[in-house]
Design a protein around this ligand. Structure first.
Ligand SMILES: *[C@@H]1O[C@H](CO)[C@@H](O)[C@H](O)[C@H]1NC(C)=O
Ligand SMILES: *[C@@H]1O[C@H](CO)[C@@H](O)[C@H](O)[C@H]1NC(C)=O
Length: 365
């Protein structure tokens, strides 16, 4: 071999070593690709050649050792390749367990492809570096892996808008770094783990539109950072914990369309941090608490379709701002107070009650 050839060969070898993902990562990705079909954009056409770290759409590697660390495939994306003109994103197939040999993966996002079915590979819980697991908007069936709690540094768990069944695994409370939990719009049944309050970093807990039963766990009210709680459209019963009203950063509370009974805790309408409260379509009884003040500020309070009774509390007209108020379809009676917060409401905010009267209703007092 002459010097020039030697140089060319070693340079090429060196380049290959520096630029290539390890063959094991490459073959795991190719097995993942072969279990999926993406007919509209051809994103997997870019998954070719030996160097999976360069130009493979949605794949990124650790720059120091070229191990695959991110797979980010979003159907709803602004990327050029996801050409919005005329074509909608769609992918069928399933998530290959070959993913689980990508043991340096920190981000797995396979979102909004509408047609990916099959189950979540259970071995996914053995990926020790996983921080973001987002499979929203597919047709995934089966259950959440029992030992999901092994993903100790997970911060985002999003399985929303799939067809997941079974219960919320008790081990989920071991996800001590979890900030965002979204299991909305699946067919998950059983109770919310009573020790869910162990998820002390959680700021969003979105469990709406499932088949959850049992009551609102008191421990959830101990989560200091919780800003958004959505348990709507389930079969949750019991009373509304008054402690929800003393949560320091809770801003949105959706408990609508459940089987909650008992009275509305005064603390909830007193909580000046709360901005949106929907308790519609439950079996709540008692009066509307007389707790409104000039610092009361809500974008939305919906208490419609309950069994609330009594008159409109005198303090209601002192509220600083209530953007949308719905008290319809209860058993309220008496005069609707006059005053600035009431001027923008329409009759539909008060309709379907026993004997409410005055503006904006047609019925005079
Ligand atoms: C998921 O649920 C939807 C609506 O309930 C249904 O149309 C679809 O067939 C289900 N898909 C699978 C894979 O079970
Ligand atoms: C409150 O929840 C009910 C029942 O789920 C829903 O129909 C209604 O639109 C919600 N209210 C608002 C203002 O979003």
């Amino acid at each position: 071999m002459d010097t020039t050839t030697y140089l060319v060969v070693t340079t090429a070898l060196f380049a290959a070593i520096v630029n290539c993902c390890p063959p094991a990562d490459r073959s795991a990705l190719l097995a993942f690709k072969s279990a999926l079909t993406e007919p509209n954009f051809g994103i997997f056409d870019t998954w070719t050649g030996t160097d999976c770290c360069t130009n493979w759409y949605g794949v990124s590697c650790d720059p120091t050792d070229n191990r695959v660390i991110h797979i980010i495939l979003r159907g709803e994306s602004e990327d050029k390749i996801i050409d919005k003109a005329g074509k909608t994103s769609y992918m069928s197939g399933s998530l290959s367990p070959s993913l689980c040999s990508l043991d340096r993966l920190t981000t797995l996002i396979v979102a909004d492809w509408k047609g990916i079915s099959g189950e979540i590979p259970v071995c996914i819980t053995s990926l020790p570096h996983l921080r973001i697991l987002d499979l929203i908007g597919n047709q995934i069936t089966g259950e959440i892996p029992t030992d999901i709690g092994k993903l100790g540094i997970l911060t985002v768990l999003n399985f929303a808008n799939n067809n997941i069944t079974g219960k919320i695994p008790p081990s989920i409370v071991n996800l001590g770094n979890l900030m965002h939990l979204d299991l909305s719009n699946n067919r998950i049944s059983g109770e919310i783990p009573s020790d869910i309050g162990k998820l002390s970093m959680m700021s969003r807990a979105l469990l709406k539109q499932n088949q959850l039963t049992g009551s609102v766990p008191i421990s959830i009210t101990k989560i200091y950072r919780l800003a958004d709680l959505d348990l709507s459209m389930n079969q949750i019963s019991g009373t509304i914990p008054a402690e929800l009203g003393s949560m320091p950063v809770l801003s949105t509370l959706y408990l609508d369309n459940n089987q909650l009974y008992g009275e509305i805790p005064e603390s909830i309408l007193r909580n000046t941090g709360l901005n949106i409260v929907n308790l519609s379509r439950n079996a709540l009884v008692g009066n509307l608490p007389d707790v409104f003040t000039p610092t009361t500020y809500f974008s939305m309070i919906d208490l419609s379709h309950n069994e609330l009774k009594g008159s409109m509390p005198a303090s209601l007209s002192s509220a600083k701002y209530i953007g949308h108020l719905d008290l319809s379809n209860n058993h309220f009676c008496g005069a609707i107070p006059a005053g600035s917060p009431f001027e923008q409401f329409e009759a539909s905010s008060f309709s379907g009650n026993d004997c409410l009267c005055g503006t904006p209703l047609a019925r005079a007092c």
